[in-house]
Design a protein around this ligand. Structure first.
Ligand SMILES: O=P(O)(O)OC[C@H]1O[C@H](OP(=O)(O)OP(=O)(O)O)[C@H](O)[C@@H]1O
Ligand SMILES: Nc1ncnc2[nH]cnc12
Length: 187
């Protein structure tokens, strides 16, 4: 028998927010001057903490009949895939333009530090699908909004957004709809 705590245990995890905050690394002026970058890689490096984060980000959406999780390139893939498994849902990657091999739909958006585009395979989600969008961080909400537009363009329903971090001094949460966004921590 191993003493390693199991992943995906339902229930309240009281110290999680403090434990995660203690491990997020602030990097000043990345990728551009004036941006304080929230680096989540130290959280991912700890398998127990990573599992607790996945469980907590999936928890609000259990029982809500999510059948597809869309993870946003690139950091949204890392959290989105295990959250999909935790919810017994399929996973679809929303990728930067030119990366997906099959027919795609495209949306463009502005970022805290530039602008970009996202694509989904046209059969990634469809009518009747109940979709959870997952990313590591919500800032201006441009990425989340563009991902939601891709999902609805394909006829599926966006049930909500699960993010590890919300930068609440930026308008992301309002833009996506306060009631739809679950963030483990905010700044
Ligand atoms: O709310 P917004 O202002 O749209 O910003 C949030 C997005 O910015 C970051 O991704 P980035 O585009 O830097 O891509 P990466 O994950 O590939 O580094 C982050 O992972 C979110 O996807
Ligand atoms: N400040 C920030 N840190 C990490 N990822 C981001 N994406 C947008 N703004 C960010």
């Amino acid at each position: 028998m191993s003493n390693t705590p199991p992943l995906f245990v339902p229930g309240h995890d009281s110290n999680l927010v403090e434990d995660v905050k203690a491990r997020i690394r602030d990097v000043q002026d990345f990728p551009k001057p004036g941006i304080l970058f929230k680096d989540v890689t130290p959280v991912l490096a700890d398998p127990h903490l990573f599992g607790r984060v996945v469980n907590a980000m999936a928890a609000p959406f259990r029982g809500r009949h999510i059948n597809k999780v869309v993870g946003v390139e690139a950091r949204g893939f890392i959290l989105g895939a295990p959250i999909a498994l935790a919810l017994h849902a399929g996973f679809a990657p929303a990728r930067k333009p030119g990366k997906l091999p099959y027919k795609t739909v495209t949306e463009r958006y502005a970022l805290e530090y530039g602008d970009d585009g996202l694509q989904l395979h046209e059969d990634a989600v469809g009518r009747g699908d109940r979709v959870l969008i997952v990313d590591d961080l919500l800032a201006t909400g441009g990425t989340g909004e563009a991902t939601a537009r891709l999902v609805t363009k394909l006829g599926a329903e966006v049930v909500g957004f699960s993010v590890l971090i919300s930068l609440d001094f930026l308008p992301g949460r309002e833009r996506l709809g306060r009631e739809k966004v679950c963030a483990l921590l905010s700044y």
